[in-house]
Write a protein that binds this ligand. Structure first.
Ligand code: NAD
Length: 328
């Protein structure tokens, strides 16, 4: 069996080599994304595995079909970079990764704590020997209401971690889950917006969650609300969020993701002229902490991403099914 692995980072190679040896398969390694230029490298393979920067449009899917490639695995949890409807229409099966939620949940808690304790400012000051306290006064978790949007794998793990801090926890999910009820209180979306001091996003990017944080929803929130996004940048209308910061409606932001991050994050762009103005503008606020989509990035998660990415292709090729197949 032969597959092509796109967007392979150096830190993934060890895991790819181990699994290739274990199952005796050939893997063609490509650093670049799967795109119209690199797709030729998949010729003769039975499946391809990608990360989140490969935009899998109908054009790419049609080309894969011409090469008789019927299986794609994305080594990410999110799959909004793949035109799933079209893939289904032409008979291409797609799987995603299911690494544990703890890395992202831990990171979410870190961004919450950094935001409520003004740590970005404190860190910057330390670098220039400014040890003043002015403006750094924070809040205590036990006094806060935290609203968790989405109680799936990551959201529910965030709720478990939050329990240790003694804060009040509200949760909203389109599909509430019984086992969460003993740990947090399900409320409607408006109540969550109205009563939360901190709101953290853990819903997938779907048509109905696109830009759900916008002028209208921000208007329903408490003055000085802290927003945390470790899910997908497109959940927020960043222009409306900028206005929220400028008008002091939003008191702090912790963003691991931002809209149009794809050509920037996970690359060294120091010598380039970047054109994402919103990203450049929002990052300069003293109360905005941004990271480069790295909440997932732990040793255990990377090994699991590679293993599930390859194993699902093996399973697809041998049985036409995979436990990781996206069936929505
Ligand atoms: P999940 O599928 O387990 O949970 C998603 C939850 O959202 C489900 O409970 C679902 O019912 C709920 N939901 C769906 N539509 C909704 C809506 N309209 N309103 C409210 N809730 C809705 O997914 P997960 O593993 O918890 O991951 C959540 C998201 O986190 C992923 O989709 C991905 O975008 C993001 N993510 C980010 C990173 C990172 O490194 N920053 C890593 C992994 C995942």
């Amino acid at each position: 069996m032969k597959i092509t692995a796109y967007e392979v980072r150096e830190d993934e190679q060890k895991y790819f080599k181990d699994i290739a040896e274990k199952y005796n398969i050939d893997i063609i390694y490509v650093k670049e994304t799967l795109n119209v230029e690199t797709i030729e490298l998949a010729k003769g393979c039975e499946g391809v595995t990608i990360l989140g920067r490969s935009k899998i449009s109908s054009i790419i899917l049609d080309k894969l079909k011409v090469f008789n490639i019927n299986y794609i695995s994305t080594r990410t949890i999110g799959y909004n970079h793949i035109d799933l409807d079209y893939a289904r229409k032409i008979g291409i099966k797609v799987s995603n990764s299911n690494y544990g939620p703890n890395g992202v949940a831990d990171f979410t808690l870190m961004l919450i704590l950094m935001s409520i304790r003004n740590y970005k400012q404190a860190m910057f000051r330390g670098n220039v020997n400014d040890y003043s306290l002015d403006g750094l006064q924070g809040k205590e978790m036990k006094d806060l209401t935290v609203g968790v949007l989405g109680s799936g794998k990551i959201g529910s793990t965030v709720i478990e971690l939050l329990q240790g801090f003694g804060c009040r926890i509200l949760v909203y999910d389109a599909y509430p889950k019984d086992k969460i009820r003993e740990k947090a209180k399900y409320v409607d979306l408006d109540t969550l917006y109205k009563e939360s001091d901190v709101i953290t996003l853990h819903t997938p990017l779907l048509k109905d969650t696109h830009h759900m944080i916008n002028k209208e929803s921000i208007g329903k929130m408490k003055n000085g609300v802290i927003l945390i996004n470790c899910a997908r940048g497109e959940l927020m209308d960043i222009e409306d969020v900028i206005v929220g910061i400028e008008t002091h409606k939003i008191g702090g932001l912790g963003l691991d993701v931002i809209e149009n991050e794809e050509e920037i994050y996970h690359q060294d762009r120091r010598l380039d002229i970047l054109t994402n103005r919103q990203m450049a503008y929002i990052r300069q606020f003293p109360n905005v902490t941004m990271t480069q989509h790295m909440a997932f990035y732990t040793d255990i998660a990377v090994s699991s991403m590679v293993n599930s990415g390859v194993e699902s292709l093996i399973s697809f090729v041998n049985t036409a099914t995979s436990e990781y197949e996206i069936k929505r």
